[in-house]
Design a protein around this ligand. Structure first.
Ligand SMILES: NC(=O)c1ccc[n+]([C@@H]2O[C@H](COP(=O)([O-])OP(=O)(O)OC[C@H]3O[C@@H](n4cnc5c(N)ncnc54)[C@H](OP(=O)(O)O)[C@@H]3O)[C@@H](O)[C@H]2O)c1
Length: 258
């Protein structure tokens, strides 16, 4: 299927590795011009070169911290200056820390809000005029399966991502007339550095994976490219009638019915 992404311009946030990188690779492989961003410039440049080499399509690295307003405004302006348009925005960030509710203070709540909710609102607001001018667009938010099924110690993540779900629904409502769709992807367990860091210290990697995946109907952990494929589809012309939704990529792991 031709997803009709050739020469579309995509911004992919938090993309030096993990789910962001896999999303950037999938969009680039479909012909999009991709701007990737995250904080560490060296890692980001390496990733941009690697994706461009693999797909043959232009990938530009612009470092930014998604929680800092000025850096995001500059990133979006630079993208528009370079390519003259913005068609796709993939909102993504490193996740907030895991712990019990009673261990988080106001400062940690504020940081989680800035990283996982305010940042997505800000980037979406900044790209809106460009998408309106382009006659349409796609906003895709990477959130977490914790919005569908309780995840221990994920109170910061769940609280902020529930906010993203509500925000995306309202944005889908407002942006529909501009032919801009807004959707969320809720990953379950997908093998990235973030997940490897949660493996119990000293436990063999295969054993840790076995423990973590025993309740997943698919019987295994997900691969980043399996989420990237959904990003490319949601960004495509064919997905024009899908908006305001949250789609899980979790091998059937969620215990929720809705
Ligand atoms: N993997 C899963 O199974 C899973 C499940 C549920 C939810 N999620 C969520 O999906 C998102 C991506 O996770 P991942 O597994 O891909 O993580 P990852 O492999 O650790 O990658 C995180 C990426 O985010 C960038 N980043 C972190 N903080 C940033 C910031 N403030 N500004 C800009 N970029 C930032 C990192 O680069 P720099 O450090 O250089 O900035 C890196 O490129 C997270 O929000 C995570 O909570 C993942």
């Amino acid at each position: 299927m031709d997803l009709k992404l050739k020469d579309k311009v995509a911004i992919v946030l938090a993309a030096s590795k993990g789910l962001g990188k896999a999303s950037a690779l999938a969009l680039s492989a479909e012909g999009a011009k991709v701007v990737i961003s995250s904080r560490n410039a060296d890692e980001l440049n390496k990733t941009a070169a690697e994706i461009q080499q693999q797909t043959g399509n232009e990938v530009i690295a612009i470092p930014a911290d998604i929680s800092i307003a000025e850096q995001i405004i500059t990133l979006i302006k630079k993208t528009a200056d370079i390519f003259g348009r913005i068609d796709i925005l993939l909102n993504n960030a490193g996740g907030p820390p895991f712990d019990k509710f009673e261990n988080f203070d106001d400062e940690q709540w504020r940081k989680a809000f800035e990283l996982s909710l305010l940042s997505f609102a800000r980037t979406s607001r900044q790209v809106l005029p460009y998408m309106q001018r382009a006659g349409g667009g796609r906003i895709i938010n990477i959130i977490s399966g914790s919005v569908k099924s309780v995840l221990n110690n994920a109170v910061l993540s769940t609280s902020m991502r529930m906010g993203v779900v509500g925000m995306a629904k309202l944005m889908a409502d407002e942006f529909g007339p501009y032919h801009i769709t807004v959707n969320n992807i809720a990953p379950g367990l997908i093998l990235t550095d973030r997940i490897q860091e949660t493996f119990p210290k000293g436990m063999d990697k295969d054993q840790a994976l076995k423990e973590k995946t025993k309740a997943i109907p698919a019987g295994r952990i997900g691969k980043p490219e399996e989420l990237g494929a959904l990003v490319a589809f949601l960004a495509s012309a064919q997905a024009a009638y899908i908006s305001g939704t949250t789609i899980q990529v979790d091998g059937g792991a969620s215990r929720g019915i809705f």
